[in-house]
Design a protein around this ligand. Structure first.
Ligand SMILES: *Cc1c(COP(=O)(O)O)cnc(C)c1O
Length: 415
């Protein structure tokens, strides 16, 4: 991890890389979309496959010399099929957003209608936000979470679908603490003859390990990121039934990408191999119990949680009821000083701006990778609550910093 080769050529970048490793070691990553991959995954991602052009698919490439690229991509595909049970998998999308783009290209025409969750209710930019290309190319309407319960308003979604008659309904979210009821969304899609894209970017690892119900076999398309809870090489993937296989593959290349990032696909394959072990199942189960412990303690400390708790890897706290004068950004910035890194987040029924929203999002995937227990998570929750109560109190911040140092020292990373 010393980046000696880089240092000989480029000390400025070597310094930054080393400092980044230190940062990850010495702080608590509570950003729900982040994780710490194994050194084996990083080893694969920094391999000579970064040099290789492999446009096409295993056995059908536009370039010579693809024997090893074929081996690597086929293993990534086979392992993904084993993990998620999909008939067809494309592991080439450069990211989760690209995976969604591939589905839109494969299944929709410009101007078609998409019904997806509002961004401020936990949706994702790539689901048709007006600032994203999807919003320009398609006609998009958003469904919402119920402001009172924090759960997806499935009934409202169904009624909206009947009025809007979308060509595609998108499910799967970025800041949703509860288990998604895939069948109810599928029923709404079936009722209006719409396709269903389930984007499991955040919960790929939980679904693979059986900690969250799977939309594979229910939705027409399932997309995901490969670097979040599944903890593999960075990128995206698309899963679908055989009937969509050719359209999806053509959408990825030549439709929207050139050469695949073969070194990242190697990282996906290695991470998937790790995810096929019983240790990964234990990890995923602990991610959820740790989030539950965190949720309970935050509630004991007087914080209100969207939906009243969690079934997943993340907790969303709405600061308005308990701390009406404190914003998510205030808390995010104060916590960063103590070495706790999380993000401010909008909440259902948001009354502030997306840049300074009313909530904070707390995720357990990365600290669980470091070996944090439920007790450790209660300690972290106390740290968060202490700072929420007194974001400007230097003595509180100093005490929390000390606790963070103890926690990071007792759970080392990348030694
Ligand atoms: C993270 C995420 C994505 C994809 O993100 P990338 O940063 O493009 O990999 C897509 N959908 C959802 C719901 C996400 O949370």
């Amino acid at each position: 991890m010393q980046h000696d080769q880089v240092r000989q050529v480029d000390p400025e970048i070597a310094d930054a890389l080393e400092a980044e490793t230190e940062r990850q070691r010495d702080t608590l990553t509570l950003i729900a979309s982040e994780n710490h991959v194994s050194e084996a995954v990083m080893d694969a991602q920094s391999s000579t496959l970064t040099n290789k052009y492999a446009e096409g698919y295993p056995g059908q490439r536009y370039y010579g010399g693809c024997e090893q690229a074929d081996v690597v991509e086929q293993l990534a595909i086979d392992r993904a099929k084993e993990l998620w049970g999909a008939e067809h998998v494309n592991v080439q999308p450069h990211s989760g957003s690209q995976a969604n783009m591939a589905v839109y290209i494969a299944a929709l025409e410009p101007g078609d209608r998409i019904l997806s969750l509002d961004l401020t209710h936990g949706g994702h930019l790539s689901h048709g936000h007006h600032a994203n290309f999807v919003g320009d190319h398609f006609e998009v309407q958003h469904y919402e979470c119920d402001d009172e319960t924090g759960y997806v308003d499935y009934e409202g979604l169904r009624e909206q679908a009947e009025q809007f008659e979308p060509d595609m309904i998108v499910s799967g979210y970025s800041a949703y603490p509860r288990e998604v009821e895939w069948e109810r969304i599928q029923a709404a899609a079936d009722a209006v003859d719409a396709l269903h894209l389930a984007d499991i970017a955040h919960i790929t690892g939980l679904v693979a390990a059986g900690e969250h119900a799977s939309p594979v076999g229910i939705a027409d398309f399932v997309t995901g990121s490969t670097h979040k809870t599944i903890r593999a090489g960075r990128g995206g993937m698309v899963m679908c039934g055989e009937e969509w296989a050719e359209a999806v593959d053509k959408a990825v290349i030549p439709g929207m990408q050139g050469g695949p990032l073969m070194h990242n696909i190697a990282g996906k394959a290695v991470g998937f191999e790790e995810a096929l072990t019983p240790e990964f199942e234990e990890y995923a189960a602990r991610v959820v119990t740790n989030a539950e412990a965190m949720a309970e303690r935050l509630q004991e400390r007087g914080l209100e949680l969207v939906s009243g708790g969690t079934d997943t890897h993340l907790v969303l706290a709405d600061l308005r009821p308990s701390h009406p004068d404190t914003t998510g950004k205030d808390v995010e910035e104060a916590l960063e000083e103590t070495g706790i890194v999380l993000n401010a987040n909008t909440v259902p029924g948001e009354t502030r701006s997306p840049f300074n929203p009313s909530g904070i999002r707390v995720g357990t995937p990365a600290i669980t990778t470091r070996g944090f227990t439920a007790d450790d998570c209660r300690t972290v929750a106390d740290c968060i609550a202490d700072v929420v109560d007194a974001p400007e109190d230097e003595a509180v911040l100093a005490a929390v910093s000390e606790t963070v140092d103890e926690l990071t020292d007792s759970h080392p990373l990348y030694e």
